[in-house]
Design a protein around this ligand. Sequence first.
Ligand SMILES: Cc1cc2nc3c(=O)[nH]c(=O)nc-3n(C[C@H](O)[C@H](O)[C@H](O)COP(=O)(O)OP(=O)(O)OC[C@H]3O[C@@H](n4cnc5c(N)ncnc54)[C@H](O)[C@@H]3O)c2cc1C
Length: 334
Amino acid sequence: MVIVGGGIIGVTTALFLASRNIPVTLLEKGRVAAEQSSRNWGWIRKQGRDADELPIVIEAIRLWRQLAEECGEDIGLNQTGVTYLANADKDMAKFEEFMRIAAIHELDTRLLGADETAKLITGMSRRFKGAMTTPSDMRAEPWLAVPALARLATRKGVRIVENCAARTLEIAAGRIKGVWTEAGYIETSTVLVAGGAWSSLFLARHGVAIPQLSVRVTAAATEPMPEVYRGAAADDHIAFRRRQDGGYTLWGLTHSGTSPSIFPPSGTIRSARAISRSLRQATRMAGRRRAIGRRIPQALSKECACSTQPLSRQSFARSSAISNSFSPGSRRFA
Ligand SMILES: Cc1cc2nc3c(=O)[nH]c(=O)nc-3n(C[C@H](O)[C@H](O)[C@H](O)COP(=O)(O)OP(=O)(O)OC[C@H]3O[C@@H](n4cnc5c(N)ncnc54)[C@H](O)[C@@H]3O)c2cc1C
């Protein structure tokens, strides 16, 4: 099987297939976890989940613990809790709704009053109506975790090829025959596309439409600093979490330059209904600012989707090379 994309989805899928003795080649156009999978907040949370999602998250948390042990590397997995802060009574009402779901799953989630919330974060100048907190929620350091899982996958026999974009699928009589890559052709009857924001562009040329909305968001990272809160917290304007190195990762909705921009993917009209809820949410998050990107970044243009992409060559200082079988001279891998 060939997997396109070396983010958390591609890497963990490869890992699980390898444990079932299914041979896997994973293609990554840049470096493993050099895109979204190393840039997220690293929250592993049960709190605030949809009732249908919660059993999946509970299983994911069990898997995170197991994989952290199997990796034998520090991936920054820690139980430091997640807290949502309430600005208004309506926020508290939403939290109370979640408490019903939390009770069914016997979560340790609890509501805090205004006084208890005020003591939660050192130096907090604002007074909140209250909060909801789940102390057992966890975090991992994304840029440590995904490369560590990729190394585990290679130890289990997965062939990871970095700096090698999949360009197009070879399809005959409605069946997959192989994948054309930057470095040659791979024969295979099964391809799993885990290309993150690029998946809809990659698949559109094969007539497969997946409703996908690209939203560009800016986050910030502080230098190590004195601890003001051990875990992760958010209200509807700002989210932050303490990192393992002692710094904080922040995401604010109200500051200039940090509001989301939305880039409608190809096939937006076709998938308009499917993405309408996400589009509304993203537009609300963007507030009064210009929500829709005036210009789709070059990296998201169709022309770039399957060739050498600007983003693919962007190096990510904290990730180290994973490839275990890249052979630039080879025109045919399998
Ligand atoms: C602001 C923000 C905060 C988030 N916070 C959290 C959080 O706290 N906790 C959490 O669990 N999730 C969080 N997420 C979600 C999480 O980051 C994503 O769900 C996850 O990283 C998606 O992983 P992926 O493997 O699907 O995609 P990606 O990480 O984008 O990986 C896709 C990979 O495919 C590669 N690729 C694409 N096209 C090709 C091609 N043609 N050939 C070869 N390779 C290709 C790309 O280079 C990329 O490396 C957050 C997301 C955002 C935007």
